[in-house]
Design a binder for this molecule. Structure first.
Ligand code: ZN
Length: 340
């Protein structure tokens, strides 16, 4: 079934309008096939796994396969302090014959516009679709930068991410403890990513969008099967201590184990450098160390603040940079929410 937007839905039995209204009733699998010539179709941080094809002051782009690139942001200055946060989060570019998907909206409109230019340079066309893995501003704050006048890519999010973004991202910045300083226009999704799993067919390249929870109430991982690549959003961190501000740490731990189950998977974390799943085991160690310390502190009746200030990561896990000192406190707060 096609519609004016040129999108064809499979399995769902609904057109695009119906997709908005019935995303949760469409079953676990919804195929989205793009047709050519449509309105939409017109249009730590030092370690690299591959030689970057692009390097800027705030990010580099590494090629993972034909038509697949990772965007690795480099938000820390050489001394470890605050660097250029134009993009801030990681993401990616996935190109097929009929469409180009960008993973993440990035931190600022300038970051989004830069990504749009990079997609054009690398693939020959501007993004037709941008998927935001969750509502945090460093993943959606730059969405407006992908627009060019009245034209712009389809914006894909879960319904929950759209609702959370509308609710939380209208707040004045900065929020206490947040490393994300910018106020940004809030753009809502134009296509809803359903619960469960959806398939986006870009033409010779299919992408699975998997709805999960843990980092926030609604996270999406973007997954390729050949080669096996996962863009993990902020469920996955590498060398940068994770942000627990909205986390459910029990769900987070389960989601991370599921995402990293295949050790050969190439992983693009939400923050930090590229990794194979097997080499990201220190991240599981970080999550487990936080859990063990939080459970001990909670059982001993310690306050969150005291527990966080006493916490250090086991040295065997390597170096984990902190975006801000409050990140340990947020981690213990998250566990105390669970432990009661
Ligand atoms: Zn996040």
């Amino acid at each position: 079934m096609t519609n004016g937007g040129g999108l064809m839905m499979g399995n769902c039995g609904c057109d695009r309008r119906g997709f908005f209204g019935h995303a949760f009733g469409c079953g676990a699998w919804v195929a989205i096939a793009l047709t050519a010539g449509t309105a939409t179709a017109r249009q730590s941080q030092a370690r690299t796994l591959t030689d970057p094809v692009v390097t800027s002051a705030f990010a580099r782009i590494e090629k993972l396969a034909d038509g697949v690139w990772a965007v690795i942001s480099t938000p820390f200055a050489p001394d470890g302090g605050r660097g250029d946060r134009t993009t801030l989060s990681n993401g990616g570019i996935i190109a097929g014959r009929d469409g180009v998907l960008v993973v993440e909206g990035f931190n600022t409109p300038a970051g989004g516009a830069w990504l749009s230019d990079q997609a054009l340079a690398l693939t020959g066309r501007r993004p037709t679709h941008v998927v935001a893995t969750h509502y945090h501003l460093d993943h959606v704050g730059g969405l407006s930068g992908f627009r060019r006048g009245a034209d712009g890519p389809e914006l894909l999010m879960t319904a929950q991410t759209g609702a959370l973004s509308a609710q939380r991202n209208g707040l004045p910045r900065p929020v206490e403890g947040s490393p994300f300083a910018k106020a940004a226009p809030v753009l809502l999704p134009t296509l809803i990513v359903p619960e469960g799993e959806a398939v986006l067919d870009l033409g010779g390249r299919t992408v699975r969008l998997v709805a999960r929870t843990g980092h926030t109430d609604s996270d999406v991982t973007v997954e390729l099967d050949d080669p096996r690549v996962i863009f993990g959003g902020d469920l996955l961190w590498n060398g940068i201590f994770p942000n627990y501000v909205d986390a459910d740490p029990v769900k987070l731990s389960a989601a991370v184990r599921a995402v990293l189950a295949d050790p050969a998977t190439l992983v693009v974390p939400g923050h930090g450098s590229l990794s194979n799943a097997a080499d990201l085991s220190p991240y599981l160690g970080v999550l487990d160390a936080v859990e063990a310390a939080a459970r001990r502190a909670h059982a001993a009746g310690m306050t969150v603040e005291k527990a966080a200030s006493a916490f250090t990561l086991p040295p065997g896990l390597g170096a984990w940079t902190l975006f801000s000192a409050g990140f340990y406190t947020n981690a213990f707060k998250a566990w105390y929410r669970v432990l009661g």
